[in-house]
Design a protein around this ligand. Sequence first.
Ligand code: GLN
Length: 555
Amino acid sequence: MPKYIFVTGGVVSSVGKGITTAALGRILKSRGLSVSIQKLDPYLNVDPGTMSPYQHGEVFVTDDGSETDLDLGHYERFLDDNLTSTSSVTTGQIYETVLGKERRGDYLGGTIQPIPHVTNEIKSCIRAVGRESGAEVVLIEVGGTVGDIEGQPFLEAIRQMRKEEGRNGTASIHVTLLPYLGASGELKTKPTQHSVRELRSMGIQPDVIICRSDRPVADELKAKISLFCDVEREGVIPLLTMPSIYEVPLVLEEANLGDYVVDILQLEAAERDLDDWRHLVDRLQHPTGEVTIAIVGKYVELHDAYISVRESLTHAGIHHNQKVTIRWIHSERLEHGDVSALAGVDGIVVPGGFGERGFEGKLQAAHVARTQGIPYLGLCLGLQVMVVEAARNLLGHKDANSSEFAPETSHAVISLLSEQEGVTQKGATMRLGAYPCELVPGTRAHQAYGVAEVEERHRHRYEFNNAYREALAGIGIVASGLSPDGQLVEICENTGHPFMVATQFHPEFRSRPLRPHPLFRDFVGAVIDRKAKELGSTAITVPADISGAVAGGGS
Ligand code: GLN
């Protein structure tokens, strides 16, 4: 029987629940326990796939092709495991299932109510993770903050589960914020007290309170929280805002969260062993150099929209002992030929995107990268950008475009497969989730992965148009990764460039702190080499892979 740990949040949103949950997952895994994590999102959307990045940040795609909350990215990165659609549940999905059952007559004419029908469905989704993953411990993070109207059915389901699973079957962790009042010079516990009171009014007594704060939390304050919230002293754990999210497992372990939870749940756990993680954080904290990489996108003011890309660059930086500084560049800024925003960058990433806005600016970025020999990594739309730029400027097809943006163009170098096959009917659905990709021997991509075939995650509609494959290869833009039937170009690269590689898939979803993705790793490697040459010094030596393993989809 798996044990369940419920993580709720109080006081404010964005308090770090996702990272805390992921970090605790890592801590438990480091004790030899098998762990899985689930996110319960209280909104009514069925999934975040159709939500604006402004509202929701990145849409994280799992191997099985579900479009999920960005917290799943944190879970996968910290746990170093692949999760599935079961790990992402929204109120929209719960209601969809309940209403579907009602329409089918499954409830035999009963009156359908939040309790028990909705709560039963929630409990069944939570237990499904335990069943399907076979994990000994399942962590469940509830989105939003305690007190939100839409979160109530989830809390009620948790209350019921706590009773059903018995005394040592579950643990409850509440993550709050201790705000600092400048005028009186102190951290305040009152919002935490109120939040815990709210949680208790729903019938849930927390076992642990994690107090996020920007300043050290004195022992008297911990004692006060313990007394007022009826939580053991060891259960009150301060979590200072850290320079890097990867430090959080170490901080929480230092505060004995692992021991405490293992004790509550009466788990049979091995000794703590976070050595690999400590080593990782040590490298992160002591870089031997720094590179600046531009991310040229449409939502750059909102860094959450590219969170996996940013983390993948960080992982690659850790591998090379380099601090990676990101310069966020709004692609519209580059649109009219003024590319000064790119001055001094050591590498350029064009991430995924939908819609035409900013596309011309991304083409400018690819042009600068190609003509100035600046390492370029294109991710999904970033591949399409690289191909359109080459078709326009090297093949001379001035109107080359993606049929997503210019349906009437005479040179749709990126198009829907159906268009390539002469099928006029629209409505191609998105290619979502993991697909195999065979690497073409002798290419950079092949060299990076070091294996013949990988699996990588997709989320797009449009594809490289095969009609242009030969012409593009003729000017050095070659396919270096193909679907096993050879029909889909999954990776392409510029053979005459130090590093210009782009993927139709999203490698950023598979990079892990301890196993940087090979393409990000080699991209940052190329960035370092170029910088070293620019500085006229000898190339910075690249240390051996810290784990020796291949992250990116070694299948
Ligand atoms: N808009 C492009 C497509 O649908 C690229 C999508 C993406 O970058 N994720 O093919």
